[in-house]
Design a binder for this molecule. Structure first.
Ligand code: 8Y4
Length: 275
């Protein structure tokens, strides 16, 4: 798959490292605010085998403050430029704002990762114009209210129908199918049972015939199941990621790159040593 100037073979599963450049991120507590810290963290994840770095300047945690366009640009653009200039990796921009999409791709990002699936005014047009790849993620509701009793008819069928409709909107806007990937959006307007039903039936998402990105790392679906705080969720996160791999996930969005790369290698050994 093409990500602007960089091609990545997605017949092999890949790992995306999470780089939060927010001062209020739930999991990382503002550790990566500042270019030096961000680059150090990016380098650690790239050395550990990440092929993507997802740069996010807006916290999506419920109750987080809204971030203005200029603030989001100030946080993300210098980090994107520096990673793109110094490392052989695809930079992903985690944003819903059209202006941030444009400037991020100009700065070297090859993938637009929008948890709102290009639903903001002008986002489809802006994303189309960049020529970058796009990850379309399912969310029910908005970050501030999405966990208030989410309901579905059939969660897997509903997620697939939502993504199908988003794919059609993108194609109508002139975005080639070859630039699209999909994501069921674990934790975004889903109860614990919803999340595990999606994980169990992830193969059904392959009917959309697009590469699948998955984010389960350190999320509540791990923490609430196991009664573990956010820094004690590694083993559960690796278990869920491994299941996602066996059901066809192409990219794993994670905090713990080194450990996840090991899990990918164990899964790949099954096909390597088949006779
Ligand atoms: C602990 C750690 C608790 C992390 C919650 C979280 C996804 C995503 C996020 C995802 C795609 C998060 C930006 C939420 N999740 N993008 N972004 N897919 N494509 N929460 O699942 O990591 S942020």
């Amino acid at each position: 798959m093409q990500f602007k100037d960089k091609h990545i073979d997605l017949t092999i599963p890949r790992v995306m490292g999470i780089l939060n450049v927010t001062p209020d991120s739930f999991s990382d507590g503002g550790k990566y605010v500042g270019l030096d810290n961000a680059l150090t963290q990016a380098e650690i994840m790239i050395s550990a085998g990440a092929d993507f770095i997802d740069v996010g300047g807006e916290s999506t945690r419920p109750g987080a403050q809204d971030v203005g366009v200029q603030q989001e640009l100030d946080r993300t653009i210098p980090v994107i430029e520096a990673i793109h200039a110094n490392f052989d990796v695809v930079v992903s921009i985690d944003t819903s704002k059209p202006q941030v999409m444009k400037h991020a791709v100009d700065a070297g990002a090859g993938l637009i990762n929008d948890i709102r699936a290009l639903s903001e005014e002008g986002a489809i047009k802006a994303a189309a114009k960049t020529g970058a790849a796009i990850c379309l993620m399912h969310m029910q509701g908005q970050p501030k209210n999405m966990q208030q009793a989410p309901t579905y008819d059939d969660v897997v069928n509903d997620v697939i129908a939502f993504l199908q409709s988003k794919i059609e909107q993108c194609l109508r806007a002139g975005i080639p199918k070859s630039l699209l990937m999909i994501d069921p959006g674990f934790g975004f307007g889903k109860t614990l049972p919803h999340n595990y039903q999606i994980l169990d039936r992830l193969e059904e998402m392959k009917e959309l015939d697009l590469p699948m990105l998955i984010g389960v790392s350190r999320k509540s679906m791990i923490g609430n199941l196991l009664d573990r705080e956010v820094d004690e969720r590694l083993a559960g996160s690796i278990a869920a990621a491994t299941i996602a791999l066996t059901k066809g996930a192409s990219i794993l969005r994670v905090h713990d790159v080194k450990q996840t790369v090991d899990a990918v290698k164990v899964v790949l050994a099954l096909s390597a040593y088949k006779d």
